[in-house]
Design a protein around this ligand. Structure first.
Ligand SMILES: *Cc1c(COP(=O)(O)O)cnc(C)c1O
Length: 366
């Protein structure tokens, strides 16, 4: 075999399609972005204040383990700060988990329409991603368990899931966990936990606190701090220890640590966001269902809804009509293979009312 003529990435890396972020409108267009599940109410004012105050300390390295932030999270969620690892967004933690627990010859199992970062981090670690069919856009516990082989090392589960908005109840997640070998790590990604209103839901914290093979991953991105990049994970001591060995030594910057700690403690702000979301998520779901038999709104527990149209062309014209009206939503054909769907973040009241009107007139009942 001849020597390669240039540096070559590790096997698997070139199979990765780069993450496609939600689009923004043209700069200066005044378009409203409903494509990235960001907060329509801004950030917690206390977090903004803490972030601004950190400007006086930009010359110093942050405390490396995000102690301030872990203490705030420990206080608010009633958990031991030593069981928490923070990351530069939860994406950072997903990469670290993959790097630590997956390698060539290993498999990670996920649901067909699960979060598109899981295949990226799995392949980046040299492992194989195994996609499991869903039942009407919901993760199927039996099918996930049936896909486990002797090579399986990780199961990725977003709950609720992005981009579908569907969730598994606490009993289903417990059944999934109970069916896994003890050497398989179950990663419960509860990025949208703050928005769930279903009473039979659990965010995975209890399993992560009590089981040696479960971690729960969370983020501040969907509650007003996407720009600051803050994620956190709760898990058993041996996983926490492992991640501390390989994480960047200062992986959460100081402004983010301070803003995150303030945001975690601003429980009233998070509640306001969650109440706003529940109200307008329910409203747009009902409104679209009532206005046309040519749109299907999948029941969502997150801060977005997935709307399904009769075909990809109709979805494309709905996307265009919304963009014309100044609303950028998320196409989910290329990144998720749901070409007839659009994912629409729950925004401000005016945005929701206008989006509903535009969809109603673009895709009228037949
Ligand atoms: C948005 C999202 C994340 C990533 O969040 P960051 O903390 O911004 O990296 C993780 N998981 C799911 C399911 C998401 O939708």
């Amino acid at each position: 075999m001849s020597e390669p003529r240039r540096p070559t990435p590790q096997p698997g890396i070139l199979d990765i399609a780069a993450y496609l972020p939600g689009k923004s409108g043209a700069p200066g267009s005044g378009a409203i972005k409903l494509s990235a599940n960001e907060s329509p109410l801004g950030a917690s004012p206390r977090a903004v204040e803490a972030f601004a105050a950190s400007a006086a300390q930009l010359q110093v390295y942050p405390e490396g383990s995000s102690r301030l932030l872990r203490e705030a999270l420990g206080e608010v969620h009633g958990i031991d700060p030593a069981s928490i690892v923070c990351g530069n967004g939860s994406d950072d933690l997903l990469h670290l988990l993959a790097q630590a627990y997956l390698g060539p010859g290993d498999e990670a199992v996920m649901s067909r329409y699960g979060f598109s970062v899981y295949p990226i981090v799995t392949r980046a670690a040299g492992a194989k991603i195994v996609m499991v069919e869903e039942r009407d856009y919901s993760a199927d516990v039996d099918a996930l368990l049936a896909a486990v082989t002797a090579h399986t090392k990780v199961v990725w589960l977003a709950n609720p899931n992005n981009p579908t908005g569907t969730y598994l109840d606490a009993a289903a997640v417990a059944r999934l966990h109970a069916g896994l070998r003890p050497d398989i790590l179950l990663v419960i990604d509860s990025a949208y936990a703050e928005y769930v209103t279903a009473e039979d839901y659990a965010d995975g914290l209890e399993l992560a606190r009590t089981q040696p093979n479960v971690v729960m991953v969370r983020t501040f991105s969907k509650i007003g701090l996407a720009a600051a990049r803050i994620g956190w994970m709760v898990g058993p001591g041996h996983v926490v220890d492992t991640l501390h060995r390989i994480r960047g030594p200062f992986n959460v910057n100081l402004p983010a640590q301070l803003a995150g700690a303030a945001a975690a403690r601003d429980v009233a702000f998070t509640r306001r966001l969650s109440e706003h979301n529940a109200r307008w998520r329910d409203w747009i779901t009902a409104e679209l269902r009532a206005s046309s038999n040519r749109m299907r709104v999948v029941p969502s527990q997150a801060n977005f809804v997935m709307v399904l149209f009769e075909d990809a062309e109709t979805a494309a014209s709905a996307f265009e009509a919304l963009a014309q009206a100044g609303y950028i939503v998320r196409e989910i054909g290329a990144s998720y293979g749901i070409a007839n769907g659009l994912r629409i973040s729950i925004g401000a009241e005016a945005a929701m009312r206008r989006v509903a009107e535009v969809l109603k007139s673009t895709v009228p009942a037949k």
